[in-house]
Each structure stands twice: as C-alpha cells, then as structure tokens.
Write a protein that binds this ligand. Structure first.
Ligand SMILES: Cc1ncc(COP(=O)(O)O)c(C=O)c1O
Length: 315
C-alpha cells in the first residue's frame, strides 16, 4: 500500500513550552478536490459501485455546502458514475459555490425540506428512496458506512509506518472518520494509541452511540478513544471572530492552513487542552488534517468569514 499523505512536523512556541511533539497528517493534500477524509471514505464505496454489475449510480445526502457532496460529485464524474445528491434546503442553494461545482460535474440535485432530510437514516425512508431510484447505491450522509471505515482505517496503517506516536486527534461530524481510526488502530497489531475526536456540532453525545454502531464487532472492545463534546463553539459551522483569528494565527505560525468548521475546531480544542495541561510532557501527538478547504468559499459567500480569510491562505 502506498502512503497517500505526508506527515509534517509542526513548530509553535506553545509546543516548546508544554514539551509536546506535534505532527500533522496531511490528508488535506491527498487530492485537490477529493481531499482529506472524503478520499478515504469514498475509496471503497466507489470501488464497490464499479465492481457491481447491478448498480446504476450513487445517491447520497448533504447540506448545501457539504464537503461530502462536493467530493462525491467530482469522484463520480471522474469514474463516469451517475450520482444524485439529496440536499437539505431550498432550490436557490443550487447556485452556491459548492453546488455549482457539484452540478457542473454532473450530479443531479434534489432539494428536500428539513423535515424530510431528518429522515435520512430511517429505514422506511431509505426503502422508499431505493424504490424511487432503483439500483442506486445509497451512501449515508458524510459517506460514513462500513466501506468508509475500511478506507479510513488505512490512515493508521500508514501512520504506523511513518512514525511512533501516542495520541491522534481528529475532528468529528458524522463519526465515520473516528470509527475508521478506532478500527484501524485495533486491527494494526501495533501499540494502541489514544484517539481523540473533537465533535464540531452541539449536543453530540449521541455520536458515541453512532460510532459504536459503526465499529465492527471485535473492535467494539477498543476503549482507548474519547469523543470530546465541549469544543463545538456554539454549534456546527459556528465560531466567533476571535476563534477565526486564533486559527489564522496558528496557520501563520505553523505554515499549515486549517479551516474553521472541522480541522480548525480541532486545532482550537487541541490548543485549549494544551493550555489546560491535558497532555503529558514528551507526548507525541498527531493532528489529522481532514481537508474541507472548499467550504471556505461558502463561508465567505454567506458572510460568515471575511474575504481576507481566503487571501491569507497560501496557494
Ligand atoms: C473536512 C471534514 N473533516 C472532518 C469531517 C468529519 O468526519 P466524520 O463525518 O467522518 O466524522 C468532515 C465531515 O464529514 C469533513 O467534511
């Protein structure tokens, strides 16, 4: 297996002060469009679709600025797989920067109201959709299913070849990435690592259960992981100007760009924990950069971030 992403040492005066060793796993650089955890999660899903004779296309779900929808549209375009996106919200979102690209790559967009969207995990709704779109392979929101777990688990295989470490930190949205890391860690035959997930949405306690359900049976006994639910900063895609500035400052010092919805929220949680003395002296920590930089455009479009934010990012 080839190594998909580099491991980059990070330097920051706080790391020296607290005597910790930090590296970032640059999954954001795997692919310019299908970046980060999207690449990992879609890999075996799309392989499955291509190998099956009776699948006509892929159907999945997402919000109107979804990284998953954006990446899926491009990945299907590349492989010539028809795809449908069920999008939460109104038709007018079709012209936003994320969905304009998804359409451009051939994804058919169907907008559903929020009440309908909430049914996206319900068996009866999924059965209804399957009837409506026969022979379409339904991929859950965020791409988080068993095939995604297999792809994400490969991050651990790669990391174990690249370095020794104590702790790995990842942002958490739907839970698939953390579940994949837990699976990879227990299956790796190497020393177990401490795995920390930073929930980016409010009231995310329920995700502990979701993650447990995504774990294959023998992996359910791996208890060396934790979901941190107090670092959401007000909720999904919510952050203060101060938060955004702290991320920018971190980007400037380390030379790596993090965005404020996923990877940047992980960075803020990590910095808070560091200042609280949570990590041991000498602890070797990996930050997983899960990509998602396309979302910056949408945040500027909605006025959540100032355009200068974009211009401070390096090419
Ligand atoms: C860029 C990025 N990072 C992290 C996550 C969180 O991953 P997961 O949904 O698997 O918890 C997402 C959402 O899927 C994402 O788009």
């Amino acid at each position: 297996m080839t190594t998909l992403s580099k491991l980059q040492p990070l330097h920051h005066p706080l790391f020296t002060k607290h005597e910790v060793l930090i590296q970032v796993k640059r999954d954001d650089n795997i692919h310019p469009t299908i970046s980060g955890n999207k690449w990992r999660k879609l890999k075996y899903n799309l392989e499955h679709v291509l190998q099956s004779n009776n699948i006509n296309g892929v159907l999945s779900f997402g919000g109107s600025y979804s990284n998953h929808i954006h990446a899926l549209a491009f990945a299907c375009f590349q492989r010539n797989i028809p795809c449908i996106g069920l999008i939460r919200g109104e038709q007018h979102y079709a012209s936003n920067c994320t969905l304009t690209w998804a359409k451009h790559w051939g994804m058919k967009l169907h907008f559903v109201d929020r009440k309908t969207y909430r049914r996206r995990h319900d068996t009866d709704y999924l059965t209804e959709l399957q009837r409506q779109y026969p022979n379409y392979f339904i991929v859950p929101e965020g791409g988080s299913n068993t095939l995604a777990i297999k792809g994400v688990a490969e991050i651990i295989t790669e990391l174990n070849k690249q370095t020794e470490y104590d702790t790995l930190i990842t942002p958490v949205g739907s839970g698939g990435t953390l579940a994949g890391l837990i699976t990879g860690d227990l299956n790796s035959n190497a020393n177990l690592h401490k795995l920390l997930g930073v929930a980016v949405l409010k009231e995310a306690e329920y995700l502990k259960n979701t993650i447990q359900q995504l774990l294959p049976e023998p992996v359910k006994k791996h208890n060396n992981w934790q979901l941190l639910t107090n670092f959401h900063r007000g909720g999904y895609a919510k952050f203060t100007p101060l938060d955004a500035n702290r991320i920018l400052e971190f980007n400037r010092i380390t030379g790596v760009d993090f965005e404020p919805v996923y990877s940047g929220k992980m960075v803020l949680a990590f910095l808070d924990l560091l200042e609280q003395g949570y990590f041991a002296k000498g602890e070797r920590i990996i930050l997983l950069h899960t990509g998602g930089m396309q979302g910056i455009g949408g945040m500027i479009e909605r006025g959540i971030l100032k355009a200068e934010y974009w211009s401070t990012f390096k090419k």
